[in-house]
Design a protein around this ligand. Sequence first.
Ligand code: SAH
Length: 188
Amino acid sequence: MLTGIIKYSHHLLEKSITEGECVIDATCGNGNDTLFLSKLVGDSGRVYAFDIQEQAINNSKNLLNENGKTNVTFIQDSHANLNKYIAEHGEKEIGAAIFNLGYLPRSDKEIITKGDSSIKAINSILSLLKKDGLIVLVVYHGHEGGAEEKEMILKHVIQLDQKDYSVLQYGFINQKNKPPFILAIQKR
Ligand code: SAH
């Protein structure tokens, strides 16, 4: 019943996303969530997948190619600039978005997501999110710099007006080694 973090993040996305929508993977990493989103929106939908690292973009492109998926637009830039790209592609509304914070597994631990840019991206997405749309943040915070980002993001999402947004925190509070947890923001 108490599903793990990744499984629960997918469960939330599955509940929120319908075919044909425009959705965002704000940190594509190795592309696992990009592939999951690509399947949910189908051929008539579009996934915009961001990452600042070439390696992440390449890994994700390969995974999507292997699975024959062509409904993903990859953007190698900070998600802080996502407004610009979404507007350029003529998208009016975002159905849902996912962030996996931290560093790319098996890669350079110096390149990590940061509070300022993550919050900028969250705000951009919130302004374009459909009613009942969802942003799912998987907050990894055990690495150096992780605690700082976690605090900044928590402080930001806690003050979102409950008239406009529901904000959920989901995580296992008896696990060792600073396990990741989920923050989910639903627009009302
Ligand atoms: N910690 C997760 C994976 C996180 S991957 C796990 O263990 O599964 C995080 C990705 O975010 C990395 O590929 C990194 O390159 C990317 N990233 C970091 N800062 C970014 C930014 N400002 N915009 C877009 N992607 C960013």
